[in-house]
Design a protein around this ligand. Structure first.
Ligand SMILES: [Zn+2]
Ligand SMILES: [Zn+2]
Length: 135
């Protein structure tokens, strides 16, 4: 398994009410105050990052809450917490080392598994997030 890159350098700093909303999600994990955009560097459109992962139950599949925000007017109306479908693309689909894209469906830029090697610490998906996906 390769390391998923977080190449866009833009960060989101969650507001208190956003943190509270994320922490209220049943089956969620401890949310992080600051996260890096998960899309490829230089992408178009809104920045996106997974804000919270929610464990599945016997009756419900696990799902992820995304945060997205614009380059300008970071706290404007385009800033949202919302559920998005995952990008269906897989690297080596059907293979034991199959790797998911881990980005939302219809995302800008290349698929998550196509990014280059990490260039600095901030490009590496943090451990707590890796554990959610692959733990
Ligand atoms: Zn971005
Ligand atoms: Zn993708």
């Amino acid at each position: 398994m390769s390391i998923h890159q977080v190449s866009c350098p833009e960060r989101i700093l969650f507001l208190d009410e956003e943190m509270a909303a994320l922490d209220r999600l049943e089956g969620g994990f401890r949310s992080e105050r600051v996260l890096w955009c998960a899309l490829e560097a230089g992408h178009e459109g809104l920045h996106h990052v997974i804000a919270q992962c929610v464990r599945g139950s016997e009756t419900a599949a696990p799902w992820v809450m995304w945060a997205r925000w614009p380059d300008t007017g970071e706290y404007g109306p385009e800033r949202e917490l919302l559920r998005l479908e995952s990008c269906p693309e897989k690297f080596l689909a059907g293979n034991v080392s199959e790797e998911s894209c881990c980005l939302p469906e219809g995302h800008a830029g290349r698929h998550g598994f196509e990014f280059g090697p990490p260039i600095r610490e901030a490009d590496v998906m943090p451990d707590w997030l890796l554990r959610r996906f692959f733990g």
